[in-house]
Design a binder for this molecule. Structure first.
Ligand code: ADP
Ligand code: MG
Length: 610
């Protein structure tokens, strides 16, 4: 047994680095937080080799005086707090004085800095925990930290890292989160020489979001500003159309500090319930403002995922605010002026067609010939699955679940929700694509989108939460696959089983399809090939939940009635009734609207009755 010794400082630093600096993304986070703490308005981030070769962060903040420049690399050296009680009111991101020494102990590089009130700056070089140089240096006001050869002296840490591409992805994610939480600061980032992002720093989170995810997505968000109460809640929430297959698009911060917090996510998801199908997650960017005294930021060493104790009052406030914001927006897109043209294929018992519409000639045949020639895929499928309509709301609905919400589908529900209390009356079909229906307003329903939604939710409800149940086929079908298909198939045999496909080798390039997902109607092989294509296309980063969702969307799309299919009145009645029973009747699984409306007032206005 060896004697107990006190570790030397270098060794101690390296151990501490393991906690603070887990991976390249942690370095980026620490350096950017330092830049933010220094009051910077522009922060430039450059990375190469997944951050292992180079991480360079340049800011225009306060800078560090020459006297302090070396001190900044001492453990527990910080300018941000003075004593333990200050911890209760930390207003800065850093406060432990650990980041710079930890980074310096596992990399080589330098810090170049100049405060605004000095004509000359300073440069400190470091390597594996030792300061190798300290000298005067000409520099612009602000600070630049260059980190090279990260983890060069900790091979164990290197081994545990993922591919360079994966580390870059992590860095990008961290920078996105920091930029969204700090829209008042202009961020610029390049990776491997490619420009990844530039934000304006104009304090508009929608502009930061647009810079990251594009103008189109930013447009599909709703602004939220709740102030004057605690917590203040500011940011953007995505319309259901831009919901995602995973939770990685939920950006939360508390007083500008990026946090990951399940309770906040759950509160938001609860507020979207009934607007989103299962396995779809809202897109949100929210910053909460709370007095620093009630936020405990000192709970986690790595701080890459800072936790935050979200208590009931905070999550309830978030739930209520999101709920309110969602209610205020009109979820059904409206007609654009001048869209209503053309005639109507009236169904039986309805008034005749509007005169002169382009479809007027088809009127007669619409009901008879087309109807007979095309028995309607959806009726066939409806006969096979008669057990629709009954649906219960999910568990865990917060106590604050609203009562008496009024919607097109299921008017005046009181928590009971969507048991086909439907009142959309079909009048006929136009362009063999849309169903014209009347309720409180005039509606046009996209028959394909609507049927897709119905089938998609049906598939969801028939599939287990992880594995899709299979049904054995009576006579196993033989499939011959290409070389690439074979590879995909063999590599994904488990995924395929989870998706409900049971496949068996049959020699050479042949396989037997023994079982298919329960929800599948008709031939299994063509659909199976489509799924193989999808698996081949999807990058390895795609989560099983996303794959599954895509497969469900594909299945729904395949079996749904198409534009061009003629529908008879009973089919339309049933389609609308089943749409009404959906959890989210307003959009198809891809997020396109299932229906648009034209209000009574709008009509009156356009006929100059008002
Ligand atoms: P902490 O942020 O917890 O104080 P760090 O090790 O990250 O600890 O930084 C140590 C000190 O160095 C900070 O308290 C700050 O005074 C100074 N510093 C670090 N980076 C910068 C920067 N970009 N601009 C100005 N000062 C900085
Ligand atoms: Mg710091």
């Amino acid at each position: 047994m060896s004697r107990i010794i006190v570790l030397d400082e270098l060794t101690a630093n390296r151990i501490a680095a393991g906690e603070v600096i887990e991976r390249p993304a942690s370095v980026v986070k620490e350096l950017v937080e330092n830049s933010l703490d220094a009051g910077s308005t522009h922060i430039d981030i450059e990375v190469a080799g997944g951050g292992l070769k180079l991480i360079q962060v340049t800011d225009d903040g306060t800078g560090i005086s020459r006297e302090d420049a070396a001190l900044a690399f001492e453990r527990h050296a910080t300018s941000k707090i003075r004593e333990a009680t200050d911890l209760d009111s930390v207003g800065t991101f850093g406060f432990r004085g650990e980041a710079l020494p930890s980074i310096a102990s596992v990399a080589r590089g330098e810090l170049v800095t100049r405060p605004g009130d000095k004509l000359e700056g300073a440069m400190v070089a470091f390597s594996g925990g030792r300061l190798t140089e300290l000298q005067d240096a000409g520099a612009p006001v602000g600070t630049r930290v260059v980190v090279r050869d990260l983890f060069f002296n900790t091979p164990a840490r290197l081994k545990y890292l993922k591919s360079q591409a994966a580390e870059t992805t992590q860095i990008v994610d961290v920078v996105y989160r920091l930029a969204l939480a700090n829209p008042g600061v202009s961020f610029r980032m390049t990776a491997e020489g490619r420009l990844i992002l530039t934000t304006m720093g104009n304090n508009r989170v929608e502009d930061a979001l647009a810079a990251i995810f594009g103008q189109e997505l930013a447009r599909e968000t709703i602004r939220m500003d709740v102030s004057g109460s605690s917590p203040g809640i500011h940011g953007l929430i995505g319309k259901p159309e831009i919901a995602r297959a995973g939770r990685q698009y939920q950006f939360f911060s508390v007083n500008g500090r990026v946090v990951k917090n399940r309770a906040l996510g759950q509160a938001v998801e609860a507020a979207y319930r009934t607007l989103l199908p299962r396995h779809r997650y809202p897109f949100v960017v929210l910053d909460l403002t709370l007095p620093p005294a009630v936020v405990d930021v000192n709970v986690h060493p790595a701080k890459l995922e800072v936790r935050f104790q979200a208590d009931r009052a905070v999550t309830d406030a978030v739930y209520a605010a999101v709920r309110r914001a969602l209610k205020e927006v009109e979820l059904i897109p409206r007609f654009d002026a001048g869209v209503v043209t053309g005639g109507i294929n009236a169904g039986p018992g309805q008034a005749g067609p509007l005169p002169g519409g382009p479809m007027a000639d088809e009127q007669e045949t619409g009901e008879t010939e087309h109807g007979r020639a095309n028995p309607g895929t959806f009726l066939r499928e409806a006969v096979m699955f008669p057990e629709y309509a009954v649906r219960s709301s999910g568990p865990g609905e917060p106590a604050a679940a609203d009562s008496g919400s009024r919607g097109l589908f299921g008017a005046e529900t009181d928590g009971e929700s969507s048991e086909a209390s439907f009142h959309l009356v079909p009048l006929g079909q136009v362009f063999r694509t849309y169903i014209v229906a009347e309720a409180d307003q005039l509606y046009l329903v996209d028959q394909h989108a609507a049927h897709e939604r119905i089938l998609y939710e049906d598939i969801l409800s028939r599939s287990g939460s992880t594995e899709v149940p299979s049904q054995e086929v009576l006579i196993p079908e033989e499939i011959t696959v290409s070389f690439r298909e074979r590879e995909t198939l063999v590599n994904n045999i488990v995924t395929l089983r989870d998706l409900g496909f049971v496949v068996e080798e049959f020699g050479g390039n042949s396989f037997l399809l023994r079982a298919v997902p329960v929800y599948l109607i008709g031939e299994g092989v063509p659909f199976f090939r489509e799924v193989l294509d999808l698996l081949e296309e999807e990058s390895r980063g795609t989560s099983p939940a996303e794959i599954r969702d895509k497969v469900f969307q594909m299945a729904a799309c395949r079996s749904a009635i198409k534009a061009g299919d003629t529908l008879r009145m009973p089919e339309m009645v049933q389609l609308l009734a089943r749409l009404a029973a959906c959890d989210n009747p307003y959009t198809c699984p891809h997020g396109r609207p299932t229906l648009v409306s034209l209000g009574r007032d709008e009509l009156a206005r356009r006929f100059k009755r008002l």
